[in-house]
Design a protein. Structure first.
Length: 177
C-alpha cells in the first residue's frame, strides 16, 4: 500500500517555490508614474505626476548603461501643463538606457529602462543575375567556344581512345621468348 502523506505535505512547498521562481523570472513592471517611448534615435518621456513650482515642472535624465546618478546623464527640462509633462532627447545612440524623472519638489516621478535599437541600414537591392548562369563542363566555365574548338577537342578525345585501344591490344598478344 502506498503512502500519499509525504506527497500532500510537499505540495504547498513546491507550489510556493514555483511561484517564487516565476516571480523572479517575469519581466519587470514599468513604473506607472512615467511613460517612455522610442522612435528611431529619439527617446521621449511623459508623466502627469509633477506639479509646477517656481515656474518649473522638473527635470528628466537619460542615463547610459551602468550610470545610477541623476546628474550623470543627459538632462532635459520637463514642459507641458498640469495634465501632463514631457521631455525628449534626440540623436540617442543604440543601447540600454535608464530614464529618471525628478519633479521640481525633489520627488522622483519614476524610473524606467528603455532599449534604443540601431537604425536600419541602407536597403540593398539585389544585382541582376546572368541570363544563362554559369556554364560548366564542355567549353569552360563562362566562355562560349565555337564549333571549331569543340570539333578539335572531340578529335583529340577520339585519338586518345584509338591510341589506348591499340596499346592494350598490342600488350595482350603472346610474345615468343
Amino acid at each position: 500500500m502506498r503512502n500519499s502523506e509525504p506527497l500532500l505535505r510537499s505540495g504547498p512547498t513546491v507550489a510556493a517555490a514555483a511561484t517564487f521562481c516565476l516571480a523572479l523570472a517575469g519581466p519587470a513592471a514599468a513604473d506607472p508614474g512615467i511613460s517612455v517611448n522610442t522612435t528611431g534615435s529619439t527617446v521621449s518621456v511623459a508623466t502627469s505626476a509633477c506639479t509646477r513650482i517656481n515656474g518649473h515642472w522638473g527635470t528628466a535624465s537619460l542615463l547610459s548603461s551602468g550610470r545610477t546618478d541623476f546628474s550623470q546623464g543627459r538632462q532635459a527640462a520637463l514642459s507641458g501643463t498640469s495634465a501632463g509633462q514631457s521631455a525628449a532627447w534626440s540623436g540617442v545612440g543604440p543601447g540600454t538606457y535608464t530614464v529618471i524623472v525628478v519633479c521640481s519638489n525633489g520627488g522622483t516621478a519614476g524610473t524606467q529602462s528603455v532599449i534604443v535599437s540601431p537604425a536600419p541600414g541602407p536597403s540593398v537591392t539585389p544585382t541582376a543575375s546572368p541570363t544563362r548562369g554559369v556554364m560548366g563542363g564542355i567549353g569552360g566555365g563562362s566562355t562560349d567556344y565555337g564549333t571549331v574548338t569543340l570539333v578539335a577537342g572531340g578529335g583529340l578525345v577520339g585519338a586518345g581512345l584509338v591510341a589506348t585501344a591499340w596499346y592494350l591490344r598490342r600488350r595482350t598478344r603472346p610474345r615468343p621468348f
